[in-house]
Write a protein that binds this ligand. Structure first.
Ligand SMILES: [Zn+2]
Length: 411
């Protein structure tokens, strides 16, 4: 007998229907967490889940759990899901794909009158993106015990509105304690958001973990001086020193690329910069990532050495402040094996990879056996209105999720 199939066109239609909520002119989506637009998206998701026979449970972070009962009563559910919120100029797939694919799994089980032994729960995690409220992935963070509920409730947006106020304003401050949903295993299906699967011509990514990352603020203090009268060799040019640091750091990361090393300077500022003034004060952000903890620590050691050398050779004072640390995550071996098994049986082409981006699954992995499944992102583009994966790609990933959940829920 052939494996039961999911309904690819129904999934695609649901994605396109959801994308109308917060649709942007350039074909993307803007559904910032806990706004009225986010509420509309949540309401639609819940409406669809209820029509698919699910019971709905909402916790005190507004996390939604849509539950399809299994034949056994007191066993933990197989969990799947992702997030509904987007970046201000986000796309139609990031996050929402994982939620609607979970719903499609349930709809397909219903179509085919399949009862699983374990229940299945599809979750929507509040404020994954972190663009309205920092930190990102805050609600899966509370679920996993990484953040206190009170701390999370107190986080404010740029208008001073707290998460607790925003939850109440849209009616999504649930009654359930955060973290009480009993999950046996958790699988998050997501777009890759990078170029690897497309470049390697693979249909599915078996995600084995997530890169660790460390964030730094770097402050360079030289001497501001007139651009004309100060010969090059007399200068303490903070921007010049910064470029020396960039060159060295990028080369270190390029040499370690195969092991998952990444180095990014995403923000750079010349303080009180002026056309004819040698920059005296410069700041930049530094984002270091690596697949292994030892590799990440080694990147930091090398960065510190580079900074010391450049400070000595340029006479510019350089300060490195570590502001955030997220260790690499290795996903659960059984969950990775479950995904590998489904992918190998499917005949789809695949590649094992490590996620470069953070996901709710990273938090959940600390309390529930977890892994992820990726599908290709066209052009590797995401957090962008032109983010795209084709109907076939979307369907393939959902079919793998279905096969994994069906197997795991009947074990
Ligand atoms: Zn996402």
């Amino acid at each position: 007998m052939n494996n039961p199939r999911i309904n690819q066109s129904r999934l695609w239609d649901s994605l396109m229907e959801m994308a109308k909520i917060g649709a942007t002119e350039k074909g993307g989506c803007c559904r910032l967490a806990l706004t009225d637009i986010d509420k509309q998206g949540r309401d639609l998701f819940i409406d669809w889940c209820i029509k698919a026979g699910c019971s709905i449970h909402i916790d005190k972070m507004g996390n939604i759990f849509a539950r399809r009962e299994g034949s056994e009563q007191r066993v933990a559910a197989i969990g799947t899901g992702s997030h509904l919120d987007t970046q201000p100029t986000g796309g139609k797939f990031d996050g929402i794909y994982g939620c609607l694919a979970g719903l499609e799994v349930i709809r397909s089980l219903n179509d085919q009158n399949i009862t699983t032994s374990r229940p299945i729960e599809v979750s929507v995690w509040t404020n994954e993106e972190g663009s309205r409220f920092a930190p990102a992935m805050v609600s899966s963070g509370v679920y996993s015990g990484k953040f206190d509920l009170e701390y999370a409730h107190q986080q404010i947006d740029s208008d001073g509105i707290s998460i607790a106020e925003a939850l109440r304003a849209i009616g999504y401050m649930g009654d359930d304690e955060v973290g009480q949903r009993d999950l046996h295993k958790f699988f998050e299906l997501h777009i890759e958001q990078g170029p690897v699967l497309e470049q390697e011509n693979k249909q599915v990514g078996i995600v084995t973990g997530v890169l660790g990352m460390r964030w730094y603020d770097v402050t360079l203090t030289g001497t501001s001086a007139h651009a004309g009268p100060t010969p090059m060799s007399y200068r303490k040019d903070a921007l010049y020193a910064a470029t020396q640091v960039f060159n060295e750091l990028y080369q270190i990361a390029e040499r370690g690329e195969a092991e998952g090393a990444r180095c990014t300077v995403g923000e750079l500022a010349i303080i009180k910069g002026s056309r004819n003034v040698i920059p005296g004060d410069v700041t930049f952000t530094l984002d270091l990532r690596h697949a292994e903890l030892a590799g990440l620590s080694d990147l930091e050691v090398q960065a510190k050495q580079v900074i010391k050398n450049v400070a000595e050779s340029t006479g510019v004072e350089i300060k490195l402040d570590n502001i955030w640390d997220s260790p690499p995550v290795a996903f659960n071996d059984d969950c990775i094996a479950a995904v590998s098994h489904a992918v190998e049986n499917s005949g789809l082409t695949y590649q094992r990879l490590v996620s470069g981006a953070g996901h709710d699954a990273v938090n959940i992995a600390s309390v529930v056996p977890t892994s992820m499944i990726f599908i290709p992102s066209i052009g590797g583009i995401s957090h962008n209105e032109s983010e795209y994966s084709s109907p076939d790609q979307v369907g393939d990933g959902c079919q793998i999720l279905f096969d994994v959940i069906l197997n795991e829920a009947n074990k």
